[in-house]
Design a protein around this ligand. Structure first.
Ligand SMILES: NC(=O)c1ccc[n+]([C@@H]2O[C@H](COP(=O)([O-])OP(=O)(O)OC[C@H]3O[C@@H](n4cnc5c(N)ncnc54)[C@H](OP(=O)(O)O)[C@@H]3O)[C@@H](O)[C@H]2O)c1
Length: 241
């Protein structure tokens, strides 16, 4: 039986999902990398195997219940011992409220909130009663709703509420549930390809390093159970807040 982790919301190698997967691979866990795009998952898994680790790509749309359930079943079927699950999927797109389509609002909720419920439930079912760690990736919008990101903020607030409630319900049963507020831009493929001017504007060290976020997640997982954490916030040193 191998020690294993599931990371949901894995895209480019240069992103939080990719960095967390690589970090867990280096720690000796079998990494189940889940996202919607097979080529991207293969890229992340190849990188892990190239560093001597073990990884399995599992194409999963986190908004589809049967696919999320199948993901956890894959780990169970392999006989691996799931000790850490990370929910990282998120879709931050600006949207003006007056012209916002209902479908747009609902889609933000599906990815950022419903997917978190499906994965959180699957993790609790798989990791209890043995215990383990469940980490949710949040954003500034998890605690501050600012236009034009109201759909995103409402979904991320929902995710945070889910995480907080799960921490209260399952902590005493041995499941360490944590929520990470990523309070700044991430120096990864998503931001650098969509908003290259943002990096220029904030200047050197103005963005969060995905590897540094991955370090923080690993530290959360390694916490002694006499000193668990529900919430951390991470931001570049020069970020005002
Ligand atoms: N980027 C930022 O500046 C920033 C700032 C603060 C917080 N965050 C949060 O950090 C997390 C992501 O970090 P990141 O920006 O570095 O991106 P990332 O970890 O590189 O990528 C997340 C991946 O999630 C996957 N995904 C999206 N919808 C999905 C779905 N329905 N089912 C399964 N996978 C899905 C996407 O890949 P596919 O499209 O291939 O599925 C995407 O590439 C999100 O929770 C985001 O809200 C980001």
């Amino acid at each position: 039986m191998a020690r294993a982790a599931i990371v949901v919301g894995v895209g480019a190698r240069e992103g939080v999902g990719g960095a967390v997967c690589r970090r867990l691979g280096r720690e000796g866990l079998v990494v189940y990398a889940a996202g919607r795009t097979a080529e991207k998952l293969d890229g992340v898994c190849d990188a892990i195997e190239g560093e001597g680790g073990s990884a399995r790509p599992v194409v999963t749309d986190t908004t589809v219940e049967s696919q999320v359930d199948a993901l956890f079943e894959t780990v169970r079927g392999a006989g691996d011992d799931l000790e850490l699950t990370v929910y990282n999927a998120g879709n931050n797109h600006p949207g003006n409220l007056l012209s916002m389509e209902t479908e747009y609002f609902e889609q933000a909720w599906r990815v950022c909130c419903l997917g978190g419920f499906l994965v959180g439930r699957g993790a609790a079912r798989s990791m209890l009663p043995r215990g383990g760690t469940l980490v949710f990736t949040g954003a500034t919008a998890s605690v501050k709703a600012r236009p034009p990101f109201l759909a995103f903020a409402s979904a991320k607030w929902g995710l945070r509420a889910l995480a907080q409630g799960m921490a209260r319900e399952f902590g005493p049963q041995g499941l360490h549930v944590a929520h990470a507020i990523i309070d700044g831009g991430i120096d990864g493929e998503v931001l650098n390809s969509r908003f290259p001017e943002f990096k220029e504007r904030v200047g050197a060290e103005g963005l969060l390093s995905p590897d540094a976020i991955a370090d923080a997640y690993w530290t959360l997982h390694r916490r002694h159970r006499s000193a668990w954490t529900f919430e951390i916030d991470l931001r570049p040193f020069k970020e005002t807040f």
